[in-house]
Design a protein around this ligand. Structure first.
Ligand code: ADP
Ligand code: MG
Length: 342
């Protein structure tokens, strides 16, 4: 009998998730939003509970040759908080699943949890449980986060409308370039262990890779100004991929302007040094954990002078038409990569 075999890479990460989703229907009226957003949305009556999970595997998401364990613990929490921020919610509890190989000592676990604790304090989340097992394939950290949001303030990927303004926080591409620097220095060190890594000049980029922050500050500032984005997502895979998610889920197209994409000066120069187009690092680099969101045109005024929110374009009615106007004025279709890990 012929057994059909399809490679996962053929579907890609998002194709695979779509396929899983298509085989399930929600059975409980309390499940307001299931698969397909940054967090699930659960109806608890007066408010919504938000739940999300993110796993980090040694050798795939991090390399202990350059990732200090404290930073790893901090990052594992921060990337989960970022998914709650992307729903415009407030994080409250985390549960940690840990797979440890016998290479790890108690002191190593202590360092990991030092970083987890620092993030818990910073984002005011409580560690309320978890599970511990041994692992034969390196370190595994899986964190589930629980948050909450008022019903009318819960922001999905699907609410953007024609003419809404596309906003992005911070700057993009730096985390990817930080990773390139770390990889380069690792290779230099392996070739010649006497060589000390020269990371000082690239401190900002390396910091963006090793110790990202979730943009809860933006969530709180928007709340203060009484602004609720019409749609939102956090930038874990790169601006291009996230923009396509907003467009697809909102049934809109998008138009952004290359010269409006925020790129840090050092990131720009370093991309050139690596012979990579700086815009590509922003579009496809990933791991910046900034927020990408849309606002109604009427909410532009109170945000227009914000030092850390950039207005890069707008949504429009031509569904599936997602384009970037380049610095030369040409129209470039926006394409996602999105299947890196397969
Ligand atoms: P994010 O980058 O915001 O963490 P993902 O791209 O990982 O989001 O996931 C997108 C959606 O797919 C989320 O709703 C997530 O819960 C869901 N998802 C991802 N993997 C699976 C899986 N193996 N089974 C069911 N749902 C999944
Ligand atoms: Mg996300």
């Amino acid at each position: 009998m012929d057994q059909k075999r399809t490679e996962i890479a053929q579907l890609g990460e998002f194709g695979l998730i779509d396929r899983i989703k298509s085989n399930f229907s929600l059975q409980n009226p309390t499940s307001l939003k299931g698969i397909g957003d940054d967090a699930a949305v659960i109806d608890i009556g007066t408010e919504n509970v938000l739940i999300s999970t993110d796993m980090m595997l040694e050798g795939i998401h991090f390399d202990l040759a350059y990732m200090p364990l404290q930073h790893l613990g901090y990052k594992a929490v921060a990337i989960n908080v970022s998914d709650i921020a992307a729903m415009n919610g407030k994080p409250e509890q985390i549960i940690i699943g840990l797979g440890l190989s016998n290479r790890f000592s108690l002191e190593a676990v202590d360092m990991l949890y030092e970083g987890i604790n620092a993030a818990c304090k910073n984002y005011k989340v409580d560690l309320v449980g978890g599970d511990t097992t041994s692992s034969s394939s390196g370190l595994v950290i899986s964190i589930t986060i629980i948050g909450r949001a008022a019903k009318e303030k819960t922001v999905l990927r699907s609410g953007a409308k024609n003419n809404d303004i596309i906003c992005v926080t911070g700057d993009l591409g730096a985390a990817f370039l930080g990773l390139q620097i770390l990889e380069r220095e690792k290779q230099v060190y392996q070739a010649n262990p006497q060589m000390q890594p020269d990371l000082e000049k690239y401190e900002y980029l390396v910091g963006r890779q090793l110790k990202p922050e979730a943009r809860m500050d933006i969530v709180y500032e928007l709340a203060e100004k009484n602004i609720v984005p019409t749609s939102m997502i956090d930038i874990s895979d790169g601006l291009a991929s996230e923009l396509l998610h907003l467009g697809k889920n909102s049934n809109t197209g998008s138009k952004i302007f290359e010269d409006k994409i925020p790129i840090d000066a050092l990131a720009y120069d370093t991309a050139i040094e690596f012979k990579i187009d700086p815009t590509t690092t922003a579009l496809n680099g990933g791991e910046d954990y900034e927020l990408l969101f849309t606002i109604k045109a009427s909410d532009f005024e109170p945000l227009k002078n914000h030092p850390d929110i950039h207005f890069i374009g707008h949504m429009h009615d031509n569904v599936n038409q997602n384009v970037m106007i380049s610095k030369q004025g040409t129209v470039v279709p926006i394409q996602a990569q999105g299947w890196k890990h397969f």
